[in-house]
Design a protein around this ligand. Structure first.
Ligand code: SAM
Length: 236
């Protein structure tokens, strides 16, 4: 999978892409993450400015349409020049977009080419949306300073689903929300067996795999009902 990230702050990703699972996935060639500094497409060359005040007044600045559209088109033509490839999924991060969830992560993990457009300030000029027609995705009903943390959230959730990225291929199968399950994962325990009077449930020490599976299935239902009953009520 290749992921292109368009951002005004490419360095924000430095630490994140050089640690842990993401770093290993990149080193092993399971994902190629390319960052593009939108300022490289600035029309205003000496100052590399890509934002301006909104027509009609109001606070803040907007990211301009020309550099953004040029940048996206250049990335698309560079990718197309590599031959017959599946279409690139263009995603623009915005609090006004469709809510990101595990289902969408699973869907994106089947794509070979994804582009993430990170906004800043008051966001993008509306014509970026109209001309590029990206999928618009939000990571939640709150407002971040920029799309970079949202992009990292999406990359993190998607890359771990690429076959070979997790050490144990089955380790995300039981995760909350996974494989179309509208359920939360069961409680888990590790050593020690007892801590300050809190004991590991006996069934997990029994070695009886059928009993353990039944207990986990029951706990999954209990936990979901207690914490997120809305998930059980939603149509699948
Ligand atoms: N003025 C915009 C609005 O009210 O919809 C918010 C702009 S926000 C301060 C700047 C940028 O952060 C956005 O363009 C977007 O890329 C990103 N962003 C903020 N909150 C987000 C969220 N919940 N999900 C995805 N991206 C978000």
């Amino acid at each position: 999978m290749r992921i292109d990230v368009v951002t005004l702050f490419p360095a924000i990703f430095d630490g994140y892409l050089t640690q842990s699972l993401l770093h290993k996935a990149i080193v092993r060639g399971l994902v190629d993450i390319q960052r593009h500094d939108l300022r490289d497409w600035a029309q205003n060359v000496p100052h590399r400015k890509v934002d301006d005040r909104p027509f009609g007044g109001g606070p803040g600045m907007l990211i301009q349409v020309e550099p953004t559209v040029s940048c996206v088109r250049d990335i698309e033509s560079e990718i197309l020049s590599q031959g017959e490839l599946p279409p690139i999924r263009k995603i623009l991060l915005t609090p006004q977009g469709k809510r990101f969830d595990q289902r969408l992560a699973e869907d994106l993990a089947t794509s070979e080419r994804v582009m993430l457009l990170c906004g800043r300030y008051e966001g993008f000029d509306q014509r970026v949306h109209d001309i590029l027609e990206p999928e618009e995705i939000s990571v939640g009903d709150f407002v971040l300073n920029g799309g970079e943390v949202a992009a990292m959230t999406i990359i993190d959730a998607v890359v771990r689903l690429i076959p070979g990225v997790l050490g144990d291929e089955n380790s995300h199968q039981d995760d909350s929300f996974s494989r179309g399950n509208r359920l939360l994962e069961f409680p888990q325990y590790t050593r020690p067996r007892e801590f300050e009077g809190h004991f590991v449930p006996e069934v997990l020490l029994s070695g009886d795999h059928a009993a353990i599976a039944a207990w986990r299935a029951e706990q999954t239902q209990i936990r979901t009902r207690a914490r997120r009953s809305d998930l059980l009520d939603e149509p699948t």
